[in-house]
Design a protein around this ligand. Structure first.
Ligand SMILES: Cc1cc2nc3c(=O)[nH]c(=O)nc-3n(C[C@H](O)[C@H](O)[C@H](O)COP(=O)(O)OP(=O)(O)OC[C@H]3O[C@@H](n4cnc5c(N)ncnc54)[C@H](O)[C@@H]3O)c2cc1C
Length: 293
């Protein structure tokens, strides 16, 4: 299908992009990789009059060590899935993000689609939301009122809805490094055709010197209209020295009480079941990585 006609602008700076967004208001949309926006436009579910292409803006690009003592990583919003997958820096700081990036769609999608575009689109079946929730990532955005940082816990507000305000652009995502005895993992049950998550789970944990869980966060995507943290699972394992059995038992709660999606790909009960199964697998994998077993 062919989208309705639109104007295309390519600002040369972030300030210019923000000015264009202000000028065109609700008629304008940011264009990143175009791999979610253009399909929606072709289906005539959106018909913006102006696309503001933010490709090439320096403020939105690059992967680097983030400033501060915690040794994390800053990833520009325009970083593609393929660049994240190939980054040894990201792999060292947040293994699960590399795993999620490598599991997105196909080569073409991974070469064009971006981290910022995926987060802003907030598809209920997208992979990154689970990872940024588990990582406790911070999403930096800029708009007419300046810059602000949104914690991942506050970012996803509904299906295709986020805490982004009109005229704001995501510039980067910051993730703290895994603890010395810590690691993360991302696993998903994928839709066969697109690769989107029917259920995707990211787990990130840190162990103290005695092998006791000092911190743990679990993010689940694809199961409900909005990605969520499996806090009952986190609480059950926090402060314990986990075993395969205790992980499986705790993980069973990941889908409990969740208003699960029920569609062509999977029924609600099956999705809740998958949440438990994949949570156990993701925590188990992160735990094995953290212990080096
Ligand atoms: C065949 C196919 C398979 C796919 N499979 C998967 C999959 O398995 N898993 C998965 O997670 N995703 C999948 N996707 C989606 C893919 O990851 C998209 O690339 C991603 O969701 C959107 O990124 P984009 O850079 O293409 O954004 P765009 O399509 O350019 O933009 C998406 C939305 O975000 C807004 N936006 C973009 N950048 C910014 C920014 N910096 N600040 C504010 N707003 C912004 C746009 O205005 C638009 O509303 C698939 C897509 C296709 C076409």
């Amino acid at each position: 299908m062919i989208p309705a006609s639109f104007d295309y602008v390519r600002p040369q700076s972030l300030e210019d992009a923000l000015a264009q967004l202000r000028e065109h208001g609700e008629d304008a949309r940011v264009l990143a990789g175009g791999h979610s926006l253009l399909p929606v436009m072709k289906a005539r579910l959106a018909d913006p009059g102006v696309l503001i292409d933010v490709a090439g803006l320096e403020d939105l690009s690059g992967i680097s060590e983030s400033e501060g003592s915690e040794g994390g990583v800053r990833i520009g919003a325009m970083t593609t899935h393929a660049e994240i997958e190939a980054s040894s820096l990201v792999r060292g700081k947040c293994y699960s993000l590399v795993e999620a990036a490598g599991a997105i769609g196909d080569v073409q999608v991974r070469n064009r689609g971006t981290l910022g575009g995926s987060l802003a689109h907030a598809d209920p079946a997208a992979d990154y939301p689970a990872v940024v929730l588990a990582a406790g990532a911070e999403i930096t955005v800029v708009g007419a009122d300046g810059e602000r940082v949104i914690g991942a816990d506050d970012f996803f507000t509904g299906a295709y809805e986020t805490a982004l305000r009109a005229g704001e652009i995501i510039t980067s995502v910051r993730i703290r490094a895994s603890a010395v005895r810590g690691s993360s993992a991302y696993l998903k049950a994928a839709q066969q055709a697109s690769g989107f998550a029917v259920c995707g789970v990211a787990a990130r944990l840190a162990l103290d010197g005695n092998g006791v869980v000092a911190s743990i966060r679990v993010g689940v995507t694809g199961v409900a209209a909005t990605a969520y943290r499996a806090t009952s699972v986190e609480n059950a394992l926090m402060g314990s020295a986990p075993s395969a059995e205790s992980i499986r038992k705790a993980a069973a709660g990941a889908g409990e009480g969740v208003d699960a999606l029920d569609d062509f790909y999977a029924g609600a009960d099956f999705r809740r079941h998958l949440a438990g199964v994949y949570t156990a697998r993701a925590i188990g994998k992160a735990w094995i990585r953290a212990t080096g077993k």
